[in-house]
Design a protein around this ligand. Structure first.
Ligand SMILES: O=C1O[C@H](COP(=O)(O)O)[C@@H](O)[C@H](O)[C@H]1O
Length: 266
C-alpha cells in the first residue's frame, strides 16, 4: 500500500513505506500493463533501463507473476545502454539478463539488445533501424501525434544529477528531436560511450514509470516533481512528460523526503 501520494501535473506519485512494498507495487503495475497490452495488441513492448531498476523488478521472477504473466508476448528493449561487451559488468543488457530475463520464459528472439561490436554511433543507428522494422510490423506501436515509436511501457531510473536513460543535464543529446536513438561518447557517469532513447521517444510512450529510491535521489526528485519555478535547473527527469501517455513515479520514503508537503498529502 502506498504511504501517500496521488496525482499532480507531474504524474501519479506512489510513495512507499519500504522497498519491499515498492517492489510488489512495481511488479503488480508491470504485470497489469502487460496483461492490458497483450489483450489490446497481442504483444507487450517494454523498454528497460539499467542501474537499481532491475533489482527493484525482481518480484516479477517470483510467484505469482512468473506463472501469470504472458512472457511469450514480451518484446524487450533498452531505453539506454552502455556501449560495452554484453558480458561486461557495466552492460545494462547483462544486468537485465542476470536479474530478470534468464529467470522467466522470454522468447530469445524478442530480446532486442544493441550491437556491442560497433562504435556508439553505429550502435545507435543499428538500434533505431531495428526499432523501425518492429514499428512497421506493429510489434511496437506508432505515436498518433509524432512519427515516434509508442512503447507500451518505458521504465526509467533517476540519477542523483537528474539524468534519465543516458540523457544527462546540459548535454546536447537532450535536445535531439530527429533521431529516435542517439549516442554520447562523453557521459559524465562512466562508462563514457552510451546509446539512449531521445526525449521525444520517451514522451511518446503509452506509459512511463520512473523508479526512484534512496536519499541521494531526493533533491532530483524534488526538482523533477515539485512546482519549483523557472529559477531552478531544468533537469532531464522534469522533461519526461508523456504527450498522450501516463507517467507514474515509484518512490521510497527516502527519495520522497524532499518533496513538498502538498505532493505528499494528495
Ligand atoms: O547509468 C545509468 O544510470 C541510471 C540511474 O541508475 P541508478 O542505479 O541510480 O538507478 C539508469 O537508469 C540508466 O539506465 C543507467 O545507464
Amino acid at each position: 500500500m502506498a504511504l501517500s501520494g496521488g496525482l499532480n501535473n507531474r504524474g501519479e506519485l506512489r510513495i512507499h513505506e519500504s522497498l519491499d512494498e515498492l517492489r510488489t507495487d512495481l511488479a503488480d503495475y508491470v504485470a497489469e500493463l502487460s496483461e492490458a497490452s497483450v489483450k489490446e495488441r497481442g504483444v507487450f513492448a517494454i523498454a528497460l533501463s539499467g542501474g537499481s531498476l532491475i533489482g527493484l523488478m525482481g518480484k516479477l521472477c517470483e510467484a505469482p507473476y512468473n506463472k501469470t504473466v504472458d512472457w511469450s508476448k514480451w518484446y524487450i528493449f533498452w531505453a539506454d545502454e552502455r556501449v560495452v561487451a554484453k558480458n561486461h559488468a557495466d552492460s545494462n543488457y547483462k544486468l537485465a539478463k542476470d536479474g530478470l530475463l534468464s529467470k522467466v520464459p522470454i522468447v530469445p528472439s524478442h530480446v532486442h539488445s544493441i550491437n556491442d561490436s560497433v562504435s556508439a554511433e553505429e550502435a545507435a543507428e543499428d538500434y533505431e533501424f531495428v526499432i523501425r522494422q518492429l514499428v512497421k510490423t506493429r510489434v511496437v506501436s506508432v505515436s498518433e501525434i509524432s512519427d515516434c515509436p509508442k512503447f507500451d511501457l518505458i521504465l526509467l531510473g533517476l540519477g542523483p544529477d537528474g539524468h534519465v536513460a543516458s540523457l544527462f543535464p546540459n548535454h546536447s543529446a537532450l535536445n535531439e528531436r530527429e533521431e529516435w536513438v542517439t549516442f554520447i561518447t562523453d557521459s559524465p557517469k562512466p562508462p563514457p560511450e552510451r546509446i539512449t532513447f531521445t526525449m521525444p521517444v520517451i514522451n511518446s510512450a503509452s506509459n512511463v514509470a520512473l523508479v526512484v529510491t534512496g536519499d541521494s535521489k531526493a533533491e532530483s526528485a524534488h526538482l523533477a516533481i515539485d512546482d519549483v519555478g523557472p529559477d531552478c535547473p531544468l533537469i532531464p527527469a522534469r522533461m519526461v512528460q508523456p504527450a498522450m501517455g501516463k507517467l507514474v513515479w515509484f518512490l521510497d520514503k527516502l527519495a520522497a523526503s524532499k518533496l513538498e508537503e502538498s505532493n505528499l498529502n494528495k
